[in-house]
Design a protein around this ligand. Structure first.
Ligand SMILES: *[C@@H]1O[C@H](CO)[C@@H](O)[C@H](O)[C@H]1NC(C)=O
Ligand SMILES: *[C@@H]1O[C@H](CO)[C@@H](O)[C@H](O)[C@H]1NC(C)=O
Ligand SMILES: *[C@@H]1O[C@H](CO)[C@@H](O)[C@H](O)[C@H]1NC(C)=O
Length: 499
């Protein structure tokens, strides 16, 4: 037992039963909503492995990501800071983006690596490539990367196969970019990527990473941001046609199969009792895809909005012997993962303004959250308007609302982009315990609600006075020459970038 034990002082249990620091497996789904898993009530999803983690672990009902779209949400997850600080806004990064997650931000991998952790990311990066791949995972603390550096719809997909034997991907995807590559570290391995084989490559790579780390007696951090269940859905044999829920259900099942494979690997290598497995998703469902989009369950709207459906996510923590089976209603966030893993590993926190708080007490004691409030920024945050909504305790106050393209097609008129930007003064206020669906705004003229609004205003002012917007990385624009190309000198681009 090393000096890292001092950090565990309050959690004697961890100290006495683990001879080495715990391993971490962080599973991150893509555009998966609050209502999409079997264990969150979806009637036709098939998610036996995630359901088992939920049954034997801790399931969260009030867990939030920090943004209703991909790149900003991922930036916050890895840094424990709102995306406004790191500059990952507005919207998302593109294949030719000049910017990326700034290298002076400290990722979870960079927090753990100095303690001897092996680190790997498999799947969707989406925090930039930049000139000479300067923003790739290998520059952000990860020893290994196997994956697509952005969303797998960010290249033409009309001619690509998404399901066996040769069912083409649904839709066109982004026709103006290079076809999506599969990269290993900084090298393009395949372009276009083969979707039918992709999950097997990831699953094998991840299992191999775990096995090798255990053999070397090295603690490990495996980050698996899956492409599932983002559009266009795909799945290889083993999942294709195997769910009741069509393409979306099959892609979810393929992800779930990988979860099962990784759990079996943790058991086989004997580290299951010394590994925290944490699952959540980056943002709410992309309702515009209709039955091929996800489901927010009872929550309002989805991807792109600051309603609950855009940012409240399924989340599960599993650690046999340490985390007791149960359900928690405590408020927590992807922001809290970095401080929590740092605490459990005995690592030092980065010397920066963090927005995350340690949630170890929730995990190991089913204790109270240290998180007082959750801040909701829109996809396009600005210093002019600041935050859109605040959750304080059970209350959520919306200062601004707007619908989103990604949340079109549902009957709720507040969700699509036709629901234009609207300021609310006084804010719209909901009781998320009595009304998690945000259907019934509370009357603001009662003394109780007046007092809540006063507290919300104080939290908002304090938070905003602490917020320094980082330079927007997305606003740096794109350069087509930065798009990854397996045949860099070829022409005409982007279509010649196939190998
Ligand atoms: C990173 O560098 C930029 C530019 O110098 C600076 O504005 C920002 O505050 C730095 N961020 C951190 C986390 O140190
Ligand atoms: C798809 O394949 C057809 C036939 O080979 C070709 O004409 C077309 O340009 C391809 N489309 C894309 C988007 O690659
Ligand atoms: C993990 O702990 C359980 C008891 O909590 C025990 O039954 C099991 O054998 C342990 N597994 C390994 C691989 O050590």
């Amino acid at each position: 037992m090393g000096s890292s034990c001092f950090a565990f002082f309050g959690i004697l249990l961890l100290c006495t039963c683990s001879a080495s620091p715990p391993n971490f497996v962080l599973l991150f789904a893509d555009d998966l909503g609050f209502g999409d898993l079997g264990c969150y009530g979806h009637p036709s999803s098939l998610t036996p492995n995630l359901d088992r983690l939920a049954a034997e672990g801790l399931r969260f009902t009030d867990f939030y990501s920090t943004c209703p779209v991909c790149s900003p949400s991922r930036a916050s997850l890895l840094t424990g800071r709102y995306q406004t600080r790191s500059g990952i806004y507005p919207g998302v990064l593109y294949p030719g983006s000049i910017g990326g997650l700034p290298l002076n931000e400290t990722t979870i991998a960079e927090v753990l690596r100095p303690l001897g952790y092996a680190t790997a990311v498999i799947g969707k990066w989406h925090l930039g490539l930049g000139h000479n791949g300067m923003f790739l995972p290998t520059k952000q603390g990860f020893d290994h990367f196997l994956g697509i550096p952005y969303s797998h719809d960010m290249g033409p997909c009309k001619n690509l196969t998404c399901f066996p034997p040769d069912i083409k991907c649904y839709g066109l995807c982004d026709i103006s970019n290079v076809v999506v590559p599969l990269m290993e570290n900084e090298v393009i391995k395949q372009q276009p990527v083969n979707f039918l084989d992709l999950e097997r490559s990831y699953s094998d790579f991840a299992a191999n990473f775990i096995t090798t780390s255990v053999e070397k007696k090295q603690p490990f951090f495996l980050y698996y941001p899956s492409h599932h269940t983002h559009y266009p859905q795909y799945a290889g044999i083993g999942a294709a046609g195997q769910s009741l829920r069509g393409p979306f259900g099959d892609s979810l099942l393929e992800f779930d199969n990988t979860v099962g494979h990784l759990m079996a690997t943790l058991e086989r290598t004997g580290v299951i009792n010394n590994t925290l497995v944490f699952f959540t998703s980056d943002n709410g469902p992309e309702l515009m895809r209709m039955s091929r989009g996800g489901n927010a369950g009872p929550l309002k709207c989805g991807k792109g909005t600051t309603y609950e459906g855009g940012m409240r996510e399924p989340a599960i923590a599993y650690w046999p012997g340490i985390i007791k089976p149960g359900v928690t209603h405590e408020m927590a966030s992807t922001l809290d993962i970095l401080p929590t893993l740092a605490r459990l590993a005995g690592a030092e926190l980065p010397q920066v303004m963090l927005d995350g708080v340690d949630m170890t007490d929730i995990l190991v004691k089913q204790g109270k959250s240290k998180r007082e409030a959750m801040i909701f920024y829109p996809v396009d945050p600005s210093e002019k308007y600041g935050l859109f909504a605040v959750r304080l305790g059970k209350y959520k106050a919306h200062f601004y609302t707007q619908g989103a393209f990604h949340s079109s097609t549902t009957p709720d008129k507040d969700c699509p982009e036709t629901a234009v930007f609207k300021a609310h003064d006084p804010p719209l206020i909901f009781d998320l315990e009595a009304d998690p669906c945000e259907h019934y705004a509370l009357p603001v003229d009662t003394p109780d609600i007046q007092s809540v609004l006063q507290q919300v205003k104080t939290v908002k002012e304090q938070f905003e006075s602490s917020m320094v917007f980082g330079e927007s990385q997305v606003a740096k624009g794109t350069d087509p020459n930065l798009e990854p190309c397996c045949n860099p000198e070829c022409s005409p681009k982007p279509s010649c970038c196939q190998c």
